[in-house]
Design a protein around this ligand. Sequence first.
Ligand SMILES: Cc1cc2nc3c(=O)[nH]c(=O)nc-3n(C[C@H](O)[C@H](O)[C@H](O)COP(=O)(O)OP(=O)(O)OC[C@H]3O[C@@H](n4cnc5c(N)ncnc54)[C@H](O)[C@@H]3O)c2cc1C
Length: 457
Amino acid sequence: MNDLYLLFSDYLSSDEIIDDSSKVDSLLRDKRSRFYGRADIVLQPSSVASVQTIVKLCNQYAISITPQGGNTGLCGGAVPDGGVLLSMSRLNRIVNISPADNSITVEAGVTLYQVQQAAISVGRFFPLSLASEGSCQIGGNIACNAGGINVLRYGTMRALVLGLEVVLPNGEIVSHLSPLYKNTTGLDIQQLFIGSEGTLGIITAATLKLFYQPLETQTLWASFNNIEQCIELFHFLQKHSSGRLKSFELIGKNALLISSNDLQQAPPIIDSQDNWHILCELEKSISIDSLPESLYENGFRNIVFAQNEMQSKQWWCLRENISEAQKRYGVSIKHDIAVPIGQLSDFICKNSQRLQELYPESKLVVFGHLGDGSLHYNVFLSNALGNEIYQYENAINQLVYQDVFAHDGTCAAEHGIGLLKRNWLCNMKTEQELSLMRAIKHQLDPNNIMNPNKVYP
Ligand SMILES: Cc1cc2nc3c(=O)[nH]c(=O)nc-3n(C[C@H](O)[C@H](O)[C@H](O)COP(=O)(O)OP(=O)(O)OC[C@H]3O[C@@H](n4cnc5c(N)ncnc54)[C@H](O)[C@@H]3O)c2cc1C
């Protein structure tokens, strides 16, 4: 029994310390057995509190920590060289799944496959897809900013993360598990941890984006003599699929041969001249031709379709002109907010009612990007259509933002913080996030020469 065992056993339950030598052995070796490490102790915390305890003790006694997810990384990143090997496998709960917000919140040790299946169970789709998906974990996927076959259409893991929870090297927790799709409240701290490969902290949970399952996908196989032709096909498909090209995989002749031999399965195209094969997938959405019937069948009645380009442009002009038209109408108190889509209706209903009660002369002008939950939410007062409205600004902001925050929203969806909203920042970032932002700012700009007094409260 070593010193570390004595230290940690005072704080952790016995099942959070792995001492089964065969299990330890498999965790010390990477997937390909390319690397074999050593650890003074292997811990498997079952709660975030345990992770914090471990990290605090390690910080106090200068003990190194190697976080490990599914151990499918191919660079030896999860293989320890002494100290604590921290297996995240027991933090494996699906915390929340919200089809209304198109989001799922999971602990870091949930496997990618489990997330994919949970999404399917509510009629959604989680697009990250890797051959290692049965074993790799969400924490590992984030720590490595994993890619996979659907990046073309959905981006890497970085593009799929909405919120993160991380235990910092000092044991503090930074938790921002928000389903917001937009939030321009200063620095996006979580981006620091995506792709940080366990060097900045322990990822303990994440909120991820979900999508609708594609109605139909079309798989295509092609073979070519040279790569240029493959690239031509790529551009052709991109041009004609309006962004619905999901994957475009290149398979060299030898790779194909090895695989087809192994599977005893003939390739779709056999041509000895061709050195390169392409396997790609396109998502089909609802066919434009059948859209009117589909909408009608699904209960949407009051809908018209633009009959030509001219008509479509005219309709778009109506949308684009709102800002200019507002300017001519008068001065308003403007808000650039985002609220999770699932809470948007409740927010508007409650807040407009409260505004009306307190300011019966108010007129609310709301427009914006409903699809990503962000709105321009502007309040006019019919008895104060000039600059005199600004005497009410603080009170109106208070009224609007209180409800925005109560609905898990942000007051800076698109336009940032600047001077205008810096005093509201502490309502949207935790104290830990704010102090990290300050520390990073201080680190990079100790004399505060860059745009001082902006953003930071
Ligand atoms: C067959 C196969 C196919 C693959 N295909 C792809 C592919 O197409 N695209 C791709 O991107 N990758 C691919 N990979 C690599 C690998 O699966 C990914 O990098 C995956 O994201 C690693 O996840 P993991 O849970 O196994 O992480 P691990 O291997 O356990 O760890 C990887 C790194 O992340 C750190 N880490 C793990 N969990 C945490 C955490 N909770 N907090 C902080 N740091 C943590 C570790 O310290 C280590 O540095 C493939 C691997 C295999 C074996």
